[in-house]
Design a protein around this ligand. Structure first.
Ligand code: E4P
Length: 215
């Protein structure tokens, strides 16, 4: 499973890239707004830090506006992927962008029918938001399983990005299901690494090492 970082913070992205395990980045308007900088220069900086795909979202709600924004955003760097919301106009825009060879990540997916249509429109990535489904007492991970079955049934090439991840178990379950990608907030990436027994074990080994006679 590939791992993306779900962040627009160059500081977090640099630190996560230092692990050597990060394959890409996803941003959204909320994450960009947190950085309090013009989005174009921020995205330019992020793209210079990462060789893999960097998702940047359009704001327009009609296909023609989305297309103008998408073409403008894709001029920022070769690794930009255009994030398009899963609405009727978004699907129209994805179809056109797919024909133009501009990569798309269809976002705000909450149902299997939406995911099926995004794949038919030619989306490169689909982003089902599992945490937001869990938040309203629906099983987000069930959506991932269903989408995977549908995509396998018809051989769609659209990659599933498990999004809106809230905790390490979401990542483990995504990997069990065989999702293509998890996009993970920085804090959860750190949680994936940590285990109290590992820390305790390291501490004990260091203490015992000191007891070994040096000569
Ligand atoms: C994914 O592409 C989104 O940026 C993100 O995962 C949304 O997560 P949230 O529900 O925590 O805002």
């Amino acid at each position: 499973m590939k791992i993306f970082i779900d962040s627009a913070s160059p500081k977090e992205i640099k630190e996560a890239m230092g692990l050597g395990l990060i394959d890409g980045v996803t941003t959204n308007p909320t994450l960009i707004a947190r950085e309090n900088r013009p989005s174009r220069e921020l995205l330019q900086e992020i793209c210079s830090l990462v060789a893999g795909p960097v998702s940047a979202e359009v704001i327009g709600l009609v296909a023609t506006d989305m297309l103008t924004e998408a073409r403008e955003l894709s001029g920022i760097a070769g690794n930009i992927v255009i994030k398009i919301p899963l609405i009727k106009e978004g699907l129209k825009a994805v179809k056109v962008l797919s024909a133009e060879g501009i990569k798309t990540n269809v976002t705000l997916c909450f149902s299997p029918s939406q995911a099926l249509l995004a794949a038919k429109a030619g989306a490169d990535y689909i982003s089902p938001f599992i945490g937001r489904l869990d938040d309203i007492s629906q099983r987000g991970m069930d959506l991932i399983k269903t989408i995977k079955t549908i995509y396998n049934n018809y051989g769609f090439n659209t990659k599933i990005i498990v999004a809106s991840i809230r905790n390490p178990m979401h990542v483990v379950e995504a990997a069990e299901i065989g999702a293509d990608i998890s996009t993970i907030p920085f804090a959860v990436i750190e949680q994936l690494i940590k285990h109290p027994l590992t820390d305790l074990g390291v501490q004990r080994f260091l203490e015992d090492y000191k007891k070994i006679p040096k000569k």
